[in-house]
Design a protein around this ligand. Structure first.
Ligand SMILES: [Zn+2]
Length: 249
């Protein structure tokens, strides 16, 4: 008696010839990307050069905003899969928003793992060095597309600090320094500077490399927009995201 096989021979033929076409078939694309022990969930909505990223797992409001945004907005979003600000690497901790250069990652590892010796730091840095480009290839958009990062780190950033190391600033809300756009492209800055929100252009950053994604994007001439909101102010972050989507190509 013949045993029922869920895959017919025709399916196997179809799969084997599909190999070169996998890039065209969304249902065959990976659902996540891993770097060291950290994983990013990939959420896609049709073809677009827009990219989105959430780096801090404890920013639940930003995660919800990005997930609902992707229901209507074309593009690809990368959302870190954990619930804490730091991620684990080689049994230690790392701030994922500092992992985009070796120097930035080293500073983060030494701060967060005071008991580590030089060998442990070097081993973790080597893991990051070997996998960083794979992640950047995924995050950085092709064809002058825009990468948007959502962030709301308590006390971590202010527009005053950002402006001090950037090229240009527009400060329509000086009393609200924890909410701002931070962008790398002069044309994007021109558009965003007409918004009701604080905006910094950081095309040439005058400060030590801190390992941030924005710094890496600026160095490679990638259009990058960081949307920083006060922790818990989901409404402001949603409004800033909507304004940017409506006014940036
Ligand atoms: Zn954050």
């Amino acid at each position: 008696m013949k045993v029922a096989n869920p895959y017919s021979r025709r399916d196997f033929v179809a799969l084997s010839i599909a190999g070169p076409l996998i890039g065209w078939m969304p249902w065959f694309r990976p659902k996540e990307i891993a770097v060291g022990g950290m994983r990013f969930r990939i959420v896609r909505n049709r073809r677009s050069t827009r990219r989105y990223v959430l780096l801090h797992g404890d920013e639940e409001a930003a995660r919800q905003l990005l997930m609902s945004h992707m229901e209507s907005q074309r593009g690809t979003a990368y959302l870190i899969e954990n619930t804490t600000r730091e991620v684990e690497i080689n049994g230690g901790k790392l701030d994922p928003s500092r992992m985009f250069s070796r120097a930035g990652a080293e500073a983060s590892l030494r701060t967060l793992n005071p008991g580590w010796n030089d060998g442990q730091v070097t081993a973790a840095l080597d893991v990051l060095d070997s996998q960083r480009e794979k992640l950047l290839d995924a995050l950085f958009p092709p064809d002058r597309g825009l990468l948007i990062a959502l962030d709301s780190s308590a006390g971590a950033a202010s527009v005053t600090d950002a402006a001090a190391i950037g090229d240009q600033r527009s400060l329509p809300q000086p009393d609200n320094p924890q909410a701002f756009y931070w962008c790398t492209d002069p044309a994007d800055y021109q558009a965003l500077a007409a918004s009701p929100y604080n905006t910094v252009l950081a095309q040439h950053v005058r400060a030590r490399d801190d390992g941030s994604l924005g710094r890496r994007a600026a160095a490679r001439d990638i259009r990058y927009l960081h949307i920083e909101a006060r922790p818990g102010d989901a409404a402001a972050q949603r409004d800033m995201l909507a304004w940017a989507e409506a006014h940036l190509p």
